[in-house]
Design a protein around this ligand. Structure first.
Ligand code: ACO
Length: 399
């Protein structure tokens, strides 16, 4: 064990805060979050109002540029995104090089980084027009390559953005349109996805966002910084939680579907099993995003009329936990990952793609945070450490 007082004598005063749990890394005007009270706001607007009344492109504009767009600004933003929806054809050679079994997040991170090669000019953040173009370009191309990661795993031909329809409808057609016929996305599904993307838009200084700021603080470009954010999000402790929900539901199903048995396991302190998708590190009373998305999840399930034992288990667990003393007394409610996992499953999106969905939603937050960090002229991120290795040793070769 490390004797902290001895170390202080050796090193002077350095605050040791593994995981930066109590260290603020920046000031930010983007997202306000109060875990105790269950409050989440983007640029001062409540997440409830935004999810109910705004669209994902509108919220993206708000996060990135600080104010809600006027109708004209929003139409222009949409048109400007559409100018950039073609991805260089040579990017297809890169995607061809991956095995079909590659994890979509690894492919997404690599393709995002590869965009730098095709768009090498680094953006001058002080030039409003250049920054605006870089934002539109990133939002346009990221959606296309994100859906390509799915088409790759399915072995389907890659689709192009359809400039006659909106951003979220485009997500659906880029993913699911087959060459054999026309495609029209179900408006209830589009509405649910629009909300889900809004709810994932930003969450202040989480691991992937801090990564984007940190990489960008060396003045690395936007695509390179976002590619690093994708890698950070990939980890099971961050973006992988909704995948864990589905894996748990599948495990319960394989075991015979007895939800009571798994509820009992979750409550047993000698059993490491936890009910995935319940509880939250930050939201200690309720997850405001979960309340909003529960309604959308119910609508999607009713509309699609999906008959799926996995989803039936999810509904049973949700009902049981909401009535259960153990869960109630610890304020363990289903979180946003629980419901997003259910919606994705109902839409036929494979579990591997769940974190990619998260990344599509988080993109405007990453861009907004990167832009803010550069505009604030933040110094390069360079934490200190407390050295606990050998003192000076005399060199004697072991050869
Ligand atoms: N199932 C069963 N019991 C649980 C669960 C759960 N999902 N979550 C918390 N508890 C219990 C704990 O055992 C503890 O019980 P005790 O008071 O008798 O000791 C009590 O509830 C309080 O929980 P903590 O562990 O203190 O809560 P913490 O803030 O450390 O953990 C976490 C939060 C990690 C999210 C936890 O609730 C969990 O593991 N949930 C399942 C995984 C999940 O869905 N993660 C995604 C959340 S998104 C995010 O946080 C990034």
């Amino acid at each position: 064990a490390v004797d902290i007082n001895k170390l202080r004598d050796l090193t002077g005063f350095i605050t040791l805060d593994p995981g930066y749990k109590n260290s603020g890394s920046c000031t930010s005007e983007i997202t306000f979050l109060d875990g105790e009270l269950g409050i989440l706001r983007y640029r001062g607007y409540s997440i409830e109002d935004l999810a109910e009344q705004a669209s994902f492109p509108e919220v993206s504009y708000l996060l990135i540029f600080g104010e809600l767009p006027t109708a004209q600004q929003l139409a222009q933003f949409d048109a400007d995104i559409k100018k950039h929806t073609l991805v260089n054809e040579e990017m297809k050679n890169i995607i061809d090089g991956f095995p079909k079994t590659a994890h979509p997040m690894g492919v997404l991170s690599a393709l995002t980084s590869a965009l730098t090669a095709f768009n090498p000019k680094s953006v001058n953040v002080e030039n409003e027009k250049e920054m605006y173009d870089a934002v539109c370009k990133t939002i346009a191309k990221f959606l296309v390559i994100a859906t390509w990661t799915y088409r790759k795993t399915m072995g389907y031909p890659l689709n192009y953005y359809d400039n006659t329809i909106g951003y979220v409808e485009n997500f659906m057609q880029l993913m699911f349109k087959l060459p054999t016929g026309p495609y029209a996305a179900n408006p209830i599904v589009v509405n649910a996805l629009d909300k889900l993307f809004i709810l994932h838009g930003d969450h202040e200084q989480n691991c992937s966002t801090s990564t984007v700021r940190m990489v960008g603080s060396s003045h690395a470009g936007l695509f390179a910084s976002i590619s690093a954010g994708v890698s950070a999000l990939w980890g099971p402790l961050h973006g992988g939680a909704n995948q864990a929900v589905l894996e748990m539901l599948e495990e319960i199903n394989k075991d015979g579907g007895d939800t009571d048995k798994f509820m009992a396991k979750a409550k047993d302190k000698n059993d490491p099993f936890r009910l995935m998708g319940f509880g939250h590190r930050v939201y200690k009373n309720f997850d405001p995003r979960a309340r909003i998305i529960k309604k959308a999840a119910d609508e999607v399930l009713n509309t699609l009329g999906v008959d799926d034992p996995i989803l039936a288990i999810a509904k049973k667990l949700e009902a049981a936990a909401l009535e259960d003393e153990y869960f109630k007394s610890r304020s363990l409610y289903p979180n946003v990952d629980f419901y997003s996992g259910i919606i994705y499953r109902a839409l036929g999106i494979p579990t591997d793609m769940f974190t990619v969905m998260f990344a599509i939603g988080r993109l405007p937050g990453w861009i907004a945070q990167w832009k803010e960090m550069r505009e604030n002229k933040e110094p390069i991120g360079r934490p200190r450490q407390i050295y606990t290795g050998h003192p000076l040793r005399e060199f004697k070769s072991n050869k």
